[in-house]
Design a protein around this ligand. Structure first.
Ligand code: FES
Length: 266
């Protein structure tokens, strides 16, 4: 079984087992639960053939130089404060995920107990504890994005099967929590990413893609797969950043005062 297939299987297995706990408790009072999310299953580490402490990891020269520069910002006795940026460097070098070897290496570099690093990495969901595809898609399905078409069943203007989530699922052939067989895409449903004014939106690796429609979503995925650079921000050319879709209604002329403004007064 390939590394990505194993990871997808682990995510699915964890999701199934968490459902099983509820289903098998026949004597327990029925409770209402939200659907299990793939991200729920990544808090526990289990050694696997692709993620165990015997797999070597160390920073390359470029990352090590960056790590040393970051560590130099802190007094020597407090260098453990650099744990988050160093884990981030480790994840970037390790194809977008934070393995147990990355965590152990960061602990060694910062001279801190391994468990302290595990606590940080398992608390912040920005650290992927399972392998991800080349393009890690985090689709927001919180209320503003859901109402603007991210999720099925929230808006009357969304045709059946045409929510952004359904579009991604059908176009990529995977469900949330899974990675495509070619290792190009991992899809995850996430909570609000703070770009609600441009809902619906998704984050792909480091960039936000906003004002998504089924058409622009399919184009985005196709362009990424083809290796094209896709401009981040609102898709479809309707507006600039989060200006009103109908055009600017404020700051349309130069304000009074001595301040220096951009040419468009924004
Ligand atoms: S609800 Fe989607 S970005 Fe805030």
């Amino acid at each position: 079984m390939s590394l990505r297939a194993a990871a997808s299987s682990a995510l699915r297995g964890a999701t199934r087992s968490s459902r099983g706990v509820v289903a098998s408790s026949s004597s327990a009072r029925a409770i209402s639960t939200s659907a299990p999310r793939a991200s729920d299953s990544i808090f526990v580490h289990r050694d696997t053939d692709y993620n165990n402490p015997s797999i070597p990891f160390k920073f390359n020269d470029q990352m090590l130089a960056q790590a040393k520069e970051i560590i130099s910002h802190y007094p020597p006795q407090y260098k453990k404060a650099a744990v988050i940026p160093l884990l981030d460097l480790g994840q970037r070098q390790n194809s977008g995920w934070t393995s147990i070897s990355v965590m152990n290496y960061v602990a060694e570099l910062l001279e801190m107990p391994r468990m302290r690093v595990y606590e940080v990495a398992s608390f912040y969901t920005m650290f992927n504890r399972e392998p991800v595809g080349k393009y890690f898609i985090q689709l927001c399905t919180t209320t503003p994005c859901a109402l603007r078409g991210a999720s099925p069943g929230f808006s009357s203007f969304v045709q059946p099967g045409e929510s952004i989530l359904e579009t991604m699922v059908s176009h990529l052939g995977i469900k949330p929590g899974q990675t495509t067989k070619d290792g190009m895409f991992t899809l995850l449903e996430v909570e609000c990413l703070g770009a609600c004014a441009n809902a619906p939106m998704a984050q792909v690796n480091d960039f936000f893609y906003e004002d998504l429609t089924p058409e622009t979503t399919r184009k985005l995925l196709d362009d990424l797969k083809a290796g094209k650079v896709v401009k981040a921000g609102p898709q479809g050319g309707v507006r600039h950043t989060s200006e009103a879709a109908t055009g600017r209604t404020a700051l349309t002329s130069k304000p009074t005062g001595t301040e220096v403004f951009r040419a468009d007064f924004a």
